[in-house]
Design a protein around this ligand. Structure first.
Ligand code: APR
Length: 274
């Protein structure tokens, strides 16, 4: 199976369904379950992933690794580029982000949380889809494209709370006067301490981790499943393809995130005491 897999016409053979059931039993036996998601989970919502066949970086090349330093050197210029992106990948991503809706994978994770089977969800995605799906214990480690953040006091704003005036760039924080940027974490930018601190606390508590739709190649997020595995925790990997994490996974489920998470939820509900 290559590139993006779609759930619509995905078929479960008996063997795979048994493996999903096995993963559900492991999840039900755990005391604190945390999920880690990546771009692959939003592929079925029409947002391209980054690496591998059909990936955004594969097509356009990775952006410069010093994006944040460029922002700090010229925040006005950076905002002008943000408001009228020239980079083809930025245009492509912007359009798909605006139109995207949560898929069955996002909804299944929100339902697992609502039913008390998922303690927290760490996402590398900036697309706001987990929030729209109803996830509440949500840690957006790479930020959220729909939010703004002050680089001085770390306060976040919605775009309604802080409308951007193209004649007044860069926007300034109404609280401390600091420069405001998009909440999306740039290459070269430190992960905001409040989010990173909570991620480490959740990972420290976790004895089971669902890892869905990530190549697990970008740190610090890629280290979280390794930490859970090293202390004897259970890893449930959901991905159409093998990744660097597969050797550590107790349950490696191959296929699209939407269909597999929905099936996992089904077996968890079936398996949990009424
Ligand atoms: N369902 C589940 N997984 C899928 C699907 C699908 N329908 N389609 C593809 N995948 C898998 C791919 O096999 C791949 O392993 O999703 C993974 C996507 O990997 P990447 O493109 O590397 O995305 P991600 O791991 O989220 O990247 C991490 O890198 O560029 C930065 O900041 C960006 O947050 C991003 C980070």
């Amino acid at each position: 199976m290559t590139g993006d897999a779609s759930s619509r016409d995905f078929r479960f053979d008996a063997g795979l369904d048994e493996r999903v059931e096995g993963a559900a039993r492991a999840l039900l036996g755990a005391s604190h379950v945390v999920a880690l998601t990546g771009a692959g989970l939003s592929v079925e919502s029409g947002i391209p992933h980054f690496r591998g066949p059909g990936g955004l970086w594969t097509k356009y090349g990775e952006p410069p690794m010093d994006g944040y330093q460029r922002f700090l050197r010229d925040p006005k210029g950076f905002w002008e580029e943000t408001l009228e992106p020239k980079a083809p990948w930025a245009k492509a991503l912007g359009e798909t982000l605006a139109a995207a809706k949560p898929n069955s994978g996002h909804l299944a994770l929100a339902e697992l949380e609502r039913r008390g089977h998922l303690g927290a969800l760490i996402t590398q995605n900036i697309d706001d889809l987990h929030r729209q799906a109803g996830s509440r214990e949500l840690l957006e480690i790479h930020g959220n494209h729909s939010l703004l953040r002050c680089v001085e006091c770390n306060t976040r704003f919605t775009r309604e709370e802080l409308p951007i005036d193209p004649a007044e760039l860069p926007p300034r924080c109404p609280g401390c006067g600091g420069v405001v940027k998009g909440d999306t974490v740039q290459f070269g930018e430190p992960i905001p301490a409040d989010v990173l601190g909570r991620c480490y606390r959740e990972v420290a508590r976790a004895d089971c981790m669902i890892v869905a739709g990530t190549s697990a190649t970008v740190f610090p997020a890629a280290d979280f499943p390794v930490q859970v595995s090293q202390k004897g925790g259970v890893l449930i990997e959901i991905n159409p393809e093998d990744t660097d994490l597969t050797p550590l996974a107790s349950h490696a489920l191959r296929g699209p995130g939407g269909a597999l998470l929905e099936r996992l939820l089904h077996h968890v509900v079936q398996g949990s005491p009424a």
